[in-house]
Design a protein around this ligand. Structure first.
Ligand SMILES: [Zn+2]
Length: 502
C-alpha cells in the first residue's frame, strides 16, 4: 500500500523508510519465529566454571561416595536441594519440599553366618561370595573334581558331599563374560545339586579371578530392591560359593570338611529423589514437563584400592548432577513454554530404584512428562565423542526426540558412538540408567553419556580425572535438545512399534 503513494510522486524519503520498515519487520519476525529453531535461549548461562566448582564439591571426599540408604547420600541430597533453592527453582517433591523419600529393601547374609573349608575360616562378602542369599546349614565332606570334565567326574559319588571345582571356559561372542560366568556357575551348580551335592564351591580361574576382584564389590553388601521386588527374595537352595583363584592350592587337598551356616536378614531404609521445577511460560503448555534426569548416588566407602577407600563417583554420576544443576540455571534464566522438571534420582546404583519409584509414584501427572533427557557419566573418554542411548531400534522409543538431539548436536559437534546402543553390545548399557523405567512406561526417553572407562566403579573415579570442558559441552547439547522440546508446539510422539529386546 505504500507503493501507491510512492507513485504519486512524493518519492524523496519513502524508499529509505520502506527499507527501514522492511529491516525492522524482518528482525522482529526472526526472533520468535525462526523457521529452524525455538526462541532465543539461555545457552550462555551454562558455564564450565560452575560445573567444575560443583563437581569438586559433590564428588569430593566430604560426601564419602554418596551410597544409597546412608547419611552420606542424604547429606549430598541436602546439598543438591540447597543449590536448587539458591538457583531459584521451585520444589516439586512431596509436601512442597524438594524431596521424595522412598524405602529400599536390602537383603543380606548376616554376620552370624559361618563358612569353613578344612582349617580355612572364610568371611562371607570378603573372601567368599554366595551367588544367592539362601538360608542353609551344611556340614559335609568336600570332594574336589578339577574342572569338572566328564572324565574327572566319572565314578565320583556326589551324594551327601560338597563339591569343589575350578571354573573354566570362554564366553560366546554375543554374550558378556559376566552373563557367561554367573550363568555357567548357577546352571552347573544346579546340575551338581540334582546329582546329590549338598553345596558347590567354585574356584576362579584366571579370567574369573579378574572379575572376582571387580564384581564382588557389587555382591558384598547383598541385594537391593524396592520393597517386595524380585531382589528381596530369600532362597532356600544348596549354597553356591565363589572363591578367588588363590584358594585353589588348599581347596584341592583331600579329606577336608565343608561347613556353611547361612542366615539371611532383610530390612528397609530410606533413599531419596530430589525433585524441582521451573514453570513454563505458556498458559497451556506449562502443564507439560520436559524432564531432566540424573542420579546422585554412588558406591560409598568400600574396599581400599591403593590406599583409597572412597568411591567418589565423579564421573558416575556427579558429572550428571552438576550438568543438571547447570541446566537448571539456564532454565531459571529463561524458562521455556513447557515446564522443566529436574530429578536427581536416588539409589540408581542399587538397581534404578529411584527412577522406578518415581515412575510408579510421580509427583506430577505421568502423562504430563513429554520427554526424559537423562545425564549419565559425561566427563571421560575422547573430548569429541559421546553416545545417545535410545538412538536406534529396538531402544529408540521416539524418533522425534532423537531427531531433536541429533539436530542440537549440529552445534556441539560430538562424534556419536552407535555401537553401545545396539542390542548385541555385551555391556547392555541401555539397560543401566534411569531413562529405562520411563521408556518402559511409554515416555520418550534418551540418555546422554560419554560411556565406560577403566576407572568406572573404582576409587579412581575422582573429580580431577574429569574433562569439565566436555561435561560443559554435553550439558549445552542437552540444553539445546531440551529447549527445543520445551518450546515446540507438539510434544514428541512415541514410536508405535517400540519394543525392547528384554
Ligand atoms: Zn551411573
Amino acid at each position: 500500500m505504500n507503493f501507491r503513494r510512492n507513485q504519486s510522486g512524493r518519492t524523496g524519503v519513502w524508499p529509505l523508510v520502506i527499507v527501514s520498515i522492511f529491516l525492522i519487520g524482518s528482525s522482529l519476525r526472526a526472533q520468535p519465529r525462526k523457521p529452524d529453531g525455538p526462541p532465543a535461549n539461555a545457552l550462555s548461562a551454562i558455564s564450565e566454571q560452575d560445573i567444575k566448582r560443583d563437581l569438586f564439591a559433590l564428588a569430593g571426599d566430604h560426601f564419602r561416595g554418596r551410597e544409597a540408604g546412608t547419611l552420606d547420600e542424604l547429606k549430598a541430597s541436602a546439598w543438591i536441594a540447597e543449590q536448587l533453592r539458591a538457583i531459584g527453582l521451585q520444589p516439586a517433591g512431596d509436601d512442597g519440599t524438594f524431596f521424595q523419600f522412598f524405602h529400599i529393601q536390602r537383603t543380606r547374609i548376616t554376620e552370624t553366618s559361618r563358612l569353613s573349608i578344612g582349617d580355612h575360616r572364610l568371611t562371607h562378602g570378603q573372601d567368599a561370595f554366595l551367588l544367592a542369599p539362601a538360608i542353609a546349614s551344611v556340614n559335609a565332606p568336600l570332594v574336589f573334581v578339577g574342572k569338572g570334565t566328564p572324565q574327572e567326574m566319572a565314578g565320583v559319588d556326589l551324594k551327601g558331599r560338597a563339591v569343589a571345582l575350578e571354573f573354566s571356559g570362554t564366553a560366546p561372542a554375543d554374550m558378556s563374560y559376566r552373563r557367561f560366568l554367573f550363568g555357567t556357575m548357577q546352571r552347573r551348580a544346579a546340575e551338581l545339586v540334582k546329582a546329590g551335592a549338598l553345596a558347590v564351591v567354585w574356584v576362579s580361574d584366571e579370567p574369573a579371578q579378574y572379575y572376582f576382584e571387580r564384581w564382588t564389590t557389587g555382591l558384598e553388601r547383598g541385594r537391593y530392591d524396592l520393597p517386595g521386588g524380585p531382589n528381596t527374595r530369600i532362597f532356600s537352595q544348596a549354597p553356591t560359593v565363589w572363591l578367588p583363584a588363590s584358594a585353589l592350592s588348599w581347596v584341592r587337598q583331600p579329606g577336608q570338611q565343608f561347613t556353611n551356616v547361612v542366615n539371611v536378614e532383610s530390612f528397609n531404609y530410606p533413599s531419596v529423589n530430589i525433585v524441582a521445577k521451573v514453570p513454563g511460560t505458556d498458559p497451556a503448555l506449562r502443564q507439560e514437563h520436559v524432564l531432566f534426569s540424573t542420579h546422585q548416588d554412588h558406591d560409598g566407602v568400600r574396599r581400599a584400592v591403593a590406599g583409597d577407600s572412597i568411591w567418589n563417583g565423579a564421573d558416575d554420576n556427579a558429572s550428571g548432577c552438576v550438568a543438571t544443576l547447570a541446566l537448571a540455571r539456564a532454565f531459571v534464566k529463561k524458562p521455556g513454554r513447557r515446564s522443566a522438571l529436574f530429578i536427581f534420582h536416588g539409589a540408581e546404583e542399587r538397581g534404578l530404584l529411584g527412577s522406578r519409584y518415581y515412575v510408579a509414584t510421580p509427583t506430577v501427572p505421568k502423562e504430563s512428562i513429554v520427554a526424559v533427557l537423562n545425564a549419565e557419566m559425561l566427563g571421560r573418554n575422547a573430548a569429541d565423542s559421546a553416545c545417545i542411548l535410545g538412538q536406534q531400534p529396538p531402544h529408540r522409543n521416539s524418533a522425534e526426540l532423537v531427531d531433536a538431539a541429533l539436530k542440537a548436536n549440529r552445534s556441539t559437534g560430538f562424534r556419536l558412538d552407535t555401537l553401545w546402543d545396539r542390542p548385541d553390545h555385551p555391556e547392555g548399557w541401555y539397560f543401566r540408567s534411569d531413562h529405562l523405567p520411563y521408556a518402559r512406561a511409554g515416555i520418550p526417553a534418551i540418555a546422554f553419556t560419554s560411556l565406560l572407562h577403566a576407572d568406572y566403579h573404582t576409587p579412581k573415579d575422582e573429580p580431577d580425572r574429569i574433562d569439565t570442558a566436555k561435561v560443559t559441552n554435553i550439558t549445552r547439547w542437552m540444553y539445546l535438545t531440551g529447549w527445543d522440546i520445551a518450546n515446540r508446539p507438539k510434544r514428541p510422539a512415541v514410536d508405535r512399534n517400540f519394543q525392547l529386546e528384554r
